[in-house]
Design a protein around this ligand. Structure first.
Ligand code: HEC
Length: 192
C-alpha cells in the first residue's frame, strides 16, 4: 500500500531517528544528521497547520496542465454525450420513431455512472489553476454538478422525463458558460 506522508509527520519521524542514531558517525551521516536536526529545530506546528497556506499561491496540489480545449473535448464532451445520446427520441426516415432512453438496468447504470462523472467534472472545472475566475465560472461549474446530480437521481429511478430535463439543464449550462467566456464556441457547438 502506498501511503502519503504529510511533511510534519515526516519531520517528526526524522527527528526521532536522529536521536536514536549511534555515536559512531562517519562524515556523511554527520552531514545528514545536521540537516535533519535543522529540520527538527523548526517550530513545531499543529498537524495540518501551515501545510496549506491560505494565501493566493496555493501549493501545486492539482495537476491542471490539461488545457481547456482538451478538457472540453476529451473529458466533458464525451461524458455529456452519453447522457444526450440516451435521452429523447429520433424520428428518421430509415428506422422511424425511436426512443433513445435506456431499456435495461445495465443501460440505466451506464448513464447513472456518467451522470456521477459529470458531478465531479463540475468540480474539476472549479479547481484552482483551472477556473478562469472565482465568480461566474464557479457558478457554471457548479451548474454542471447540479445537472449531473439530477441526471443521476433520474437514472436511479429510471425516470425518463426527469432524465430528459436533466439533459436539457446540462445543455443550458454548457451554452451559458460558452456565451459568457467564449461566444464563438456557441455557434460552433450548435452547428455540430
Ligand atoms: C465553466 C465554463 C464552461 C462550461 C460549463 C462548459 N464549457 Fe465548454 N468551453 C469553455 C471554454 C472557456 C471553452 C474554450 C476553450 C478554448 O478554446 O480555449 C470551451 C470550449 C468547448 C468546446 C470546443 C473545444 C474546441 O475544440 O475548440 C466544446 C466542444 C465544449 N466546450 C463542450 C462543452 C460541453 C458539451 C459542455 C457542457 C456539457 C461545456 N462545454 C460546458 C467553458 C465551458
Amino acid at each position: 500500500m502506498h501511503i502519503r506522508l504529510p511533511l510534519h509527520y515526516f519531520r517528526a519521524l526524522a527527528c526521532a531517528l536522529v536521536k536514536s542514531l549511534p555515536h559512531t558517525w562517519n562524515r556523511a551521516s554527520v552531514l545528514s544528521a545536521v540537516l535533519l536536526l535543522a529540520a527538527c529545530s523548526e517550530p513545531a506546528t499543529a498537524p495540518g497547520a501551515g501545510d496549506t497556506p491560505a494565501g493566493d499561491s496555493p501549493p501545486a496540489a492539482f495537476n491542471t496542465s490539461l488545457n481547456m480545449k482538451d478538457f472540453m473535448n476529451l473529458i466533458l464532451d464525451p461524458a455529456a454525450d452519453v447522457l444526450w445520446d440516451s435521452a429523447g427520441w429520433v424520428d428518421s426516415r430509415e428506422s422511424g420513431y425511436e426512443e433513445l432512453y435506456p431499456t435495461t438496468d445495465e443501460q440505466w447504470d451506464y448513464v447513472r455512472r456518467h451522470s456521477a462523472l459529470l458531478i465531479e467534472i463540475g468540480n474539476m472545472l472549479a479547481l484552482p489553476g483551472r477556473a478562469l475566475d472565482n465568480d461566474a465560472w464557479l457558478t457554471y461549474a457548479n451548474g454542471l454538478s447540479q445537472a449531473g446530480a439530477l441526471a443521476m437521481e433520474a437514472a436511479a429511478l429510471q425516470n425518463k422525463e426527469d432524465f430528459f430535463q436533466a439533459g436539457a439543464q446540462l445543455y443550458n449550462v454548457c451554452t451559458a458558460c460558452h456565451q459568457a467566456y467564449n461566444p464563438e464556441i456557441t455557434s460552433k457547438f450548435a452547428t455540430n
